[in-house]
Write a protein that binds this ligand. Structure first.
Ligand code: BGC
Length: 540
């Protein structure tokens, strides 16, 4: 495919230097991660709240003299727990799938704002609920909105961010997810002992705030230039690039970037033309398995990477952590331990802003998977051999180290890579499919987990042995990362396209840009000048 490509080493693409203003504009969208984190996080604490259990099961709250049997029986039944937690991911799965189309028809920004609106309706229903039916409906609808937001924010951020900081900016989304999880834990912690409906209604009502902030902020941000190029609105594309890069629309840098986006789009369209609605969906699966740059291969890469991210078992800690720590009877305050694990997640994530640009996506995913495997096996081994207080403390310490590895590598990395590997004609759908895969596996895992860890309601109760399972799955992630994840750091989205055509994942890190689509498509008479060297990738 690279045959006939006319560029030379000094035709590597250029981009305006990143200014503080453009950085902040791109970073704001990361706020969308708060939804994701808060929504999936608050439920773990609510499910363990006395008032909530009492109201939703009709069981009396066990008094100080209650027997162990009475205390153990005072829980939300496993099928209900599994339904309440997983229904959000089910809604999100469908929301994410639909969002890809909406983002191509109406724009990335509009789709996210619409997602905030849908999410808001879901929040109101949840807050109003006093029984299972309305709560489940509210979480399903909110999930739908989260699906819009989680898929399209990644797409939007990847498309507007300057290449040298794109990894860091998209990692900001993961950071916002962790803050959302932390906020949820704090709010749960603050309201858990209330003896009225405020205990669960306050955490639920607060969700609305995030929707309002994100929708209001996005209202002022520009649309993605790549969306305008896809729609053939080139003047608008130039105007948004002017705002995003903080450079006049007519400047050489903005024009060079725009020309390259247009040329890449035309090139991709000439390789696989899009006709009707269904055939444009079918494009995501075209090109065969043999070609590493085919759309099919990229779709498999994006969807499987998000599946693998869920297989790391991270949500076992964040969704069922409080319940799991309660079952390790030696722990006095399981809520506090959950809060600590969430804090470790938040504090570790910013490290990824730097390492993802310094060491690259591929290497951090490999090392991160290795770190997680080791920690999870240690937790499992301690858990099955020793139940003393000291052993439980050691388990918690290794769980925290495991979270550290996730938060600095696979957490942000999986989102960053899916925003980068799809070519423009299928990008919105590719990212949507990948995000849907994240939620599908999230849903499957949250349905199954209560059954393999609960002591009641027909659960198998693997206890700490469940970490053997997560450890083995992380082993699969390690092999996957080594053989399948390409290195995309420091490249424009268009260069990633070219790199995928010319390398394998194992050789991708060595690839350097050597030509432009604009030159290949005959859209420029002179090679673009290289203005600055970034992340070790730009060649002058
Ligand atoms: C994952 C979520 C997870 C979160 C934890 C995200 O990247 O997709 O499922 O809950 O990280 O920080």
């Amino acid at each position: 495919m690279a045959g006939g490509f006319v560029g030379t080493a000094d035709t590597a693409r250029v981009e305006a230097p990143t200014t503080w203003k453009s950085y902040m504009m791109c970073a704001f969208a990361a706020f969308g991660g708060i939804f994701f984190g808060y929504d999936s996080g608050y439920i773990s604490g609510v499910l363990a709240m006395n008032y909530f259990i009492h109201l939703f099961t009709g069981l009396p709250i066990p008094g100080p003299n209650a027997t162990t049997a009475e205390t153990n029986a005072f829980v939300i039944p496993t099928p209900h727990k599994s339904l309440i937690v997983s229904i959000l991911s089910a809604g999100t799965f469908f929301g994410a799938l639909l969002a890809g189309d909406l983002a191509d028809w109406f724009g990335r920004r509009f789709t996210v704002i619409l997602g905030c609106f849908v999410y808001g309706i879901g929040c109101i229903l949840q807050t109003a609920s006093t029984g299972l039916g309305l709560l489940v409906a509210g979480r399903l609808i909110a999930g739908f909105g989260v699906g819009f937001v989680s898929a399209i924010i990644i797409l939007y951020m990847s498309e507007i961010a300057p290449k040298g900081v794109r990894g860091a900016i998209v990692s900001g989304y993961q950071f916002a997810i962790t803050i959302g999880l932390l906020l949820a834990s704090c709010v749960d912690y603050a309201t858990k002992d209330r003896t009225d409906s405020g205990s669960y209604r306050i955490p639920m009502a607060l969700q609305l705030l995030w929707a309002v902030i994100l929708a209001a902020g996005l209202f002022w941000l520009p649309e993605s230039p790549r969306y305008f190029v896809k729609k053939g609105k080139l003047e608008q594309a130039a105007r948004v690039l002017e705002r995003l890069r903080d450079q006049p629309a007519g400047s050489e840098l903005v024009q060079a970037e725009l020309t390259e986006i247009i040329a890449n789009h035309e090139y991709e369209m000439s390789v696989i033309p899009q006709e009707g609605y269904f055939s444009s969906w079918a494009n995501c699966f075209r090109g065969g398995l043999r070609n590493p740059a085919s759309n099919l291969r990229r779709t498999i890469l994006g969807t499987s990477m998000q599946m693998m991210q869920q297989w790391t078992g991270i949500n076992f800690i964040f969704y069922f952590g409080t319940t799991f720590f309660t079952q390790l009877h030696t722990i006095n305050n399981p809520f506090l331990i959950s809060l600590i694990t969430t804090l470790v997640n938040v504090c570790s994530t910013p490290i990824s802003f730097w390492i993802i640009e310094r060491f690259g996506r591929r290497s951090i995913m490999i090392w991160g998977a290795l770190g997680m495997v080791v920690c999870e096996f240690i937790v499992a081994i301690i858990g099955v051999t020793d139940t003393s207080k000291a052993a439980v403390s050691a388990m918690i310490a290794f769980i925290c180290i495991y979270i550290f590895f996730f938060a600095t590598t696979w957490g942000p990395g999986a989102w960053v890579v899916i925003g980068e590997v799809f070519p423009l004609p299928i990008r919105s759908r590719g990212v949507a499919l990948s995000t849907a895969s994240n939620w599908l596996w999230n849903c499957i895992i949250t349905i199954i987990t209560p059954y393999i860890t609960s002591t009641s309601g027909g659960g198998v109760d693997l206890g700490p042995k469940v970490f053997f399972l997560w450890g083995s799955l992380c082993g699969v992630c390690l092999v996957y990362a080594y053989f399948l994840i390409p290195e995309t750091k420091g490249l424009t989205l268009e260069q990633v396209d070219r790199m995928l055509e010319e390398t394998t994942p194992m050789t991708s890190a060595k690839w350097v840009p050597h030509s432009t689509y604009a030159a290949e498509m005959g859209m420029t008479d002179k090679p673009a000048e290289v203005h600055h060297v970034e992340a070790g990738k730009e060649v002058v």
